[in-house]
Design a protein around this ligand. Sequence first.
Ligand code: DGY
Length: 310
Amino acid sequence: MPSDAAEVLTAAGYTVDTFDTSEPPPRDEIIARTRGCAGVITMLSDRVDDKFLDAVGSSLRIVANYAVGFDNVDLEACKQRNIRVSNTPGVLTEATADTAWALILAAARNVAEGDRVMRTGKWSGWAPTQLLGLELNGATLGILGAGRIGSAVARRSIGFGMRVIYTDTTTNEMLEKELGAERVDLDRLVAESDVLTLHIPMTPEARHLIGAARFKAMKPNAVLINTARGPIVDESALVEALRNKEIAAAGLDVYENEPRVAPGLAELPNVVLLPHLGSATTTTRGKMAAMAAENVIAVLTGREPPNAVV
Ligand code: DGY
């Protein structure tokens, strides 16, 4: 984590223990070093459940998750122990929308495959049918989940001249007024999107929402983008869909079992794979760190955490 969060906490008078590795430390070590702490700043790769909370002991008062998503935290288990949970909403919206667009362009226009062709010396010269992709102008962008990030992705489509449709539990007035976006049900979203991009939180209902049947219902030229959470997509079914050309391409930033990817996925030329970089800009990761530190300080000084989840 950007180091100023530790500095902010230290300046506020707290003793801070940080893991100085860029790889996630082993769970046992996290538990051992969290034992006796009043607060912990967790990464999205840290599972905070009954086992974790029992093992770290009763001193813990806040779990400040360094992510907007908090599916790694068992909220009920925290509630039962009067432990507050916070996240980092808002500050990563634009960076994550940029990442979704990086994947849209890369997957639609064979950017990664083109780069591989060049690097491996396989380019024998210009050819009229080499690596033909999807023309975004005039294509339909489907947004599953028109919240903060989904809306930011939709807004970026103006410059590309795309039609926007979305699926959400409520109407997004801003998208409808500014972009002429149309709210549709999931069946229509899947069937009509040329680019389908996922922006819903990970909940039990969201698990494998996009699976074999949905791939069959998509257009053969469609591109699937996932910067939300891996388990929303049935990754093995995606491998089959890409292999059998049921859809044209995919761009993924998140995976069902991070950091592993489904067998066969990395061998496919029509998928672009990023290592969960959604919010990875210096500015955004710094803001997320400051936010996590603020939430810890709020709880430890008896105030309401500004970004409380529970
Ligand atoms: C989040 O904050 O949930 C993102 O996945 C991190 O980039």
